[in-house]
Write a protein that binds this ligand. Structure first.
Ligand code: NDP
Length: 281
């Protein structure tokens, strides 16, 4: 899996084909979508239009909680693969733990294990799993998730989750890697893009704050999946392979952690509050 991928959360379906085509032209070879984003069809369309061979693009998508359960999750694969227009998904992950129905979460993961054994997916994983969710999952299932995709940016980096993932051999993948959730949602604590420490490091390298945050993830071994619909930012976020942050700079960004989650509390995710039907392919 290419460590740097392209995110499409909140990218409207009518913008998605162009955004993903631009990303693929820029050099990205990994796209992160989700059944719940409502744009899998357009991601698939962009990959076909790019002219790239299917094997050159790593496609990651997520099963929404409404499709948890063994049979329901097997069918969720059919829905996602059908919309994407692919036979095989490179990485299929559970979008959220469902703490109030962890039995369904485990059944959903067992379906992922079956899809993996059958070769319908190349890897399986989870998202927004806290260490105690991982423990519960690992006790009940046999395949260690390849990836745990969690909120991680300088203001909420989740070092304990990253350490626990590493202990199990799970790759942490950062969502909102440049802190999008600190500036596109109302909230306290400020925007990572305007952080003076990050801005100072950016100036020292002749780079942008977004590029510094992406380097910080990559140099510490995390995957990152920044989102943009603007060609110049799509290019900027990919142009991060020819400079290096020092150990002191990495530590300075680590020290910005405020320990306050910006995304939903995993415990607050229930079928009643967040459940919604995912359409058929
Ligand atoms: P990001 O950290 O990627 O930030 C995206 C925001 O930053 C957008 O508002 C974008 O606007 C803006 N932006 C992008 N590049 C730049 C730049 N270089 N300079 C300034 N602004 C920029 O946040 P996301 O929350 O979108 O996270 C990335 C991806 O992670 C998602 O798209 C999705 O794939 C995944 N995700 C997963 C979640 C989960 O629960 N598993 C939850 C949230 C996200 P514009 O488009 O106008 O450029």
């Amino acid at each position: 899996m290419p460590a740097l991928g392209f995110g499409v959360f909140q990218t409207a379906p009518e913008e998605t084909v162009q955004a993903v085509e631009t990303a693929l032209r820029t050099g990205y070879r990994h796209v992160d979508t989700a059944a719940a984003y409502g744009n899998e069809r357009e991601v698939g369309e962009a990959i076909r239009r790019s002219g790239l061979d299917r094997s050159e693009v790593f496609v990651e998508t997520k099963v929404w909680i409404s499709d948890y359960g063994y049979d329901a999750t097997l069918h969720a694969f059919d829905k996602s693969a059908g919309k994407l227009g692919v036979d095989q998904i490179d990485l299929l992950i559970l979008h959220q733990p469902l703490p109030s129905r962890f039995d369904l979460t485990i059944d959903a993961y067992r379906a992922l294990e079956t899809l993996l054994a059958d070769g319908r997916v190349r890897a399986i994983g989870v998202s927004n799993f806290m260490p105690h969710h991982l423990d519960q999952l690992l006790r009940a299932t046999s395949v260690v998730p390849a990836v745990n995709q969690v909120e991680s940016h300088p203001y909420f980096s989740q070092p304990e989750v990253i350490a626990e993932d590493a202990r199990h051999g799970i790759l942490t993948q950062a969502w909102s890697p440049i802190g999008g959730i600190t500036f596109y949602r109302e909230g306290e604590g400020g925007s990572t893009l305007e952080d003076p420490t990050i801005a100072g490091i950016a100036r020292a390298h002749g780079r942008t704050p977004a590029q510094v945050m992406l380097r910080w993830h990559l140099q510490q071994g995390r995957s990152a999946i920044p989102k943009s619909t603007r060609p110049e930012r799509i290019a900027e976020n990919f142009d991060v392979f020819d400079f290096e942050l020092t150990g002191a700079e990495l530590a300075a960004v680590d020290a910005l952690d405020q320990g306050v989650r910006r995304g939903p509390e995993p415990a607050a995710i229930t079928l009643e509050t967040f459940g919604r039907e995912i359409p058929e392919a």
